[in-house]
Design a protein around this ligand. Structure first.
Ligand code: PLP
Length: 371
């Protein structure tokens, strides 16, 4: 099989797996208990927190473990809204992940106003667009670090500066970026940042939310006193250790991985060019390495996906067929991609475990399907 859907999830790094095992089999104590058997898991949590904090240049006490990107996004959006008695406005973008969009819809139903920024055709949320929408009654601006369908990296530092000038908080969903491209929170200036381990070769069902010290936000999950009373629930020690191990590993090898994956991406695009298939690449110039959104006019993305599936190649699509018509993803709609291109859009997301042979197979299969 050829797995080319690394933006959906990644294979667990073997180092991360090995690091998890002791906490599942031997050191299974509840980290919040006061006795000696809890000491090692408690220490492991503190070490994992410190490792993660160092990777993104924040303080350990600003890292809060969650069940993944979806929970982190829900917490950032809802927790900061519910802490605001004046119900001031939220600004987000129209092509966020549904974890952000549906959280925004949920707070809208409760009377918190939300406005949606439109990206350019290249998939960029510009400072101008934000400038035309933000005011001193804005509470939060939430714009993703990199889009999960087209890979475009957003000008987060500049957008964050504009938010702060108006007294608003800034959250970024960095789920697709963390562990793949450099993310330095101090340089960016963001107040909250969401991440998910399974996107950077860590385990599924674990992630974190960075919350800058002093940010006005309520806990999202109520219960026990874990995470300094901010996120209740018995700590998932094995997964947290696995996440920290994977993040450190991928931050240390980041520049090597970027060069390698970018090389695979270039090979794929060059081979497609020489195979004379006509295609358009979505997402502009500033993109995540390896995340390739391709549109083939007149083709159907879902048909390509299923034919590739039969050949043992796993990719993703930007449009889905329901009973009566083809539904174009909200991301492709937001960048106003022409309908015939949008319907024929696929996402190939290459990662460090892919090989040049994988890429050759992918191109050969696409050529067979599309010629
Ligand atoms: N945000 C983005 C940009 C994503 O790509 C995803 C997952 O696809 C999520 C949030 C949700 O993360 P999780 O699967 O950890 O809940």
């Amino acid at each position: 099989m050829i797995y080319a859907d690394n933006a959906a999830t990644t294979k667990l790094d073997s180092e991360a797996f090995e690091a998890m095992v002791p906490w599942l089999l031997d050191e299974y104590g509840n980290a919040s208990q006061p006795y000696a058997f809890a000491r090692k898991p408690k220490k492991a949590l503190a070490e994992a927190r410190a490792i993660i904090a160092e990777c993104i240049n924040v303080l350990p006490e600003e890292i809060f473990f969650t069940s993944g990107g979806t929970e982190s996004d829900n917490w950032a959006i809802k927790g900061s809204a519910f802490a605001d008695t004046e119900k001031r406005a939220t600004i987000t973008s129209a092509f966020e992940h549904h974890a952000v969009l549906h959280s925004c819809e949920a707070i809208e139903r409760l009377g918190y106003p939300v406005s949606y920024l439109m990206p350019t055709a290249d998939g960029v949320i510009t400072e101008d667009a934000l400038g035309g929408m933000i005011s001193n009654t804005t509470r939060l601006v939430s714009v993703m670090f990199a889009n999960n369908e087209i890979g475009t990296i957003q000008p987060i530092k500049e957008l964050c500066k504009a938010a702060h000038l108006h007294g608003a908080l800034f959250h970024t969903d960095a789920v697709q970026a963390i562990g793949h491209v450099a993310v330095d929170v101090q340089k960016l200036g963001v107040d909250m940042l969401s991440a998910s381990a399974h996107k950077f070769y860590g385990p599924k069902g674990i992630g974190f939310l960075y919350i800058r010290k002093g940010t006005n936000i309520l806990p999202y999950i109520d219960g026990g006193t874990q995470e300094r009373r901010n996120r209740a629930g018995t700590e998932n020690v094995a997964s947290i250790v696995g996440m920290a191990t994977a993040l450190k590993e991928n931050c240390v090898s980041m520049s090597k991985n970027i060069t390698y994956v970018q090389g695979l991406e270039n090979l794929l695009l060059d081979s497609l060019e020489t195979s004379h298939i006509s295609f358009a690449r979505n997402g502009g110039d500033q993109k995540l390495p390896g995340l390739i959104s391709l549109s083939f006019a007149g083709a159907k993305g879902e048909v390509i996906l299923h034919r590739m599936d039969l050949m043992g190649i796993y990719i993703s699509t930007g449009s889905a067929c329901n009973n009566t018509n083809i539904e174009i993803s909200h991301v492709l709609q937001a960048i106003c991609l022409e309908e015939t291109l949008a319907k024929g859009t696929i996402r190939i997301s290459l990662g460090k475990n892919n090989t040049r042979e994988d890429v050759e197979h992918i191109v050969n299969s696409l050529t067979k399907i599309l010629h």
